[in-house]
Design a protein around this ligand. Structure first.
Ligand code: NAD
Ligand code: ZN
Ligand code: ZN
Length: 353
């Protein structure tokens, strides 16, 4: 068996007060409990959720201080005495769902994200913006040895979340799906998963850079919400019969689209809310929802099987996040860009610098 030398101290980005800035400092390397593994994180994607956590946007408290991050890809370097289905030296990933009880009625039916005792990486337990992170062995993502750890990182939240949301939408091959927030981290992967699943995509986001990205990833239409005079009309016009898309994935970080989607979704279509803008509400006219038989639902990350399937799409070369790599020490700069809506695709941080 391979053995790794584990230091006692490591570099991490720590949130010490709501709103930040994050503090780049040395902290102790944690020790895994009996049912846990210690992963030497090589790369971590930066999700907009990490910014919500930093800003205290949601009605759910974080631990404090905390280390954010939940798209961490690395190598298993230690394991607790109860762990026997993952080896030292294996590739593994820290995802949002760090652990769940595995015995409640949700866990028993593979709705692990609904577990009342779920542990959330980079939120209620320390996450992947550090060189060594802990995950419950049952939940850490199994990453095949033949994939790039920096490229696979965004699959661990963005990829698996949009893959699950597309399944939840009920859209079938050949149908149209509108992706709102298509040029962001989740959106850029949603375009590709949708395409791989045989769906047509209509991308909605703001600015030319994001438009070019969406087109280059295979989206047939791009609607720039900052320029369009009538987003509702433009979305409907992008479908062959003008009746609107069969499904809408709401990935945006502003409330507007959550109020608008019911105006352009096709009758009997579904609206899937995934983005989590602070304090936002979903709104739809009851009359239209009834007589046009619209389904409105939420979708929250995915279970362990969704994770494995989402990674398998990546391994087969069907999806890949467009990403840029910077050092972990530059995390605050990434947050500033994310806040300004300036990131097309994903940023991935390299924990060695
Ligand atoms: N439900 C889940 O399980 C889950 C999982 C991961 C992330 N999230 C949430 O999803 C959201 C997106 O995350 P991300 O990392 O992709 O963020 P991101 O910042 O990379 O992307 C968001 C995109 O939305 C676009 N946008 C903003 N306003 C818009 C509008 N009015 N119309 C169209 N597009 C608009 C932005 O330009 C940006 O490209 C966040 O709120 C995050 O917390 C939810
Ligand atoms: Zn995330
Ligand atoms: Zn449970």
């Amino acid at each position: 068996m391979t053995t790794f030398e584990i230091p006692t101290e490591q570099w991490a980005q720590v949130v010490e007060k709501t709103g930040g800035p994050v503090q780049y400092k040395k902290i102790p390397v944690p020790k895994p409990g009996p049912d846990e593994v210690l992963i030497n994180i090589k790369y971590s994607g930066v999700c907009h959720t990490d910014l919500h956590a930093l800003n205290g946007d949601w009605p759910l408290p974080t631990k404090m201080p905390f280390v954010g991050g939940h798209e961490g890809a690395g190598v298993v370097v230690a394991r607790g005495e109860l762990v026997n289905d993952i080896e030292i030296g294996d590739y593994a990933g820290i995802k949002w769902l760090n652990g769940s009880c595995l015995t409640c009625s949700f866990c028993r039916q593979s709705d692990e994200s609904l577990c009342p005792d779920a542990l959330l990486s980079g939120y209620t337990v320390d996450g992947s913006f550090q060189q060594y992170a802990i995950g419950k062995a049952a939940h850490v993502a199994r990453i095949p040895k033949d994939v790039s750890l920096e490229a696979v990182a965004p699959i661990l939240c963005a990829g698996l979340t949009v893959y699950k949301a597309l399944k939840e939408s009920g859209a079938r091959p050949g149908q149209q799906v509108a992706i709102v927030g298509a040029g962001g981290g989740l959106g850029s992967l949603a375009i590709q998963y949708a395409k791989a699943m045989g769906l047509h995509t209509i991308s909605i986001d703001g600015g030319e850079e994001k438009g070019q990205l969406c087109k280059s990833l295979g989206s047939e239409d791009y609607i720039d919400f900052t320029k369009s005079k009538n987003v509702v009309q433009d979305v409907k016009a992008a479908t062959p019969d003008g009746f609107g898309p069969h499904a809408v994935l709401l990935l945006a970080v502003s409330e507007g689209p959550f109020q608008q989607a019911s105006e352009y979704v096709r009758s009997r279509g579904s609206i899937v809310a995934v983005g989590l803008p602070a304090g936002a509400y979903l709104k739809a006219p009851v009359f239209d929802t009834v007589v046009r038989m619209i389904s409105i639902k939420g979708s929250y990350v995915g279970n362990r099987q969704d994770t494995a399937e989402a990674i398998d799409f990546f391994r087969r070369g069907l999806v890949s996040s467009p990403y840029k790599v910077v050092g972990l020490s530059k995390l605050q700069e990434v947050f500033d860009l994310l806040k300004a809506g300036k990131i097309a695709g994903r940023y991935v941080v390299d924990t060695s610098k």
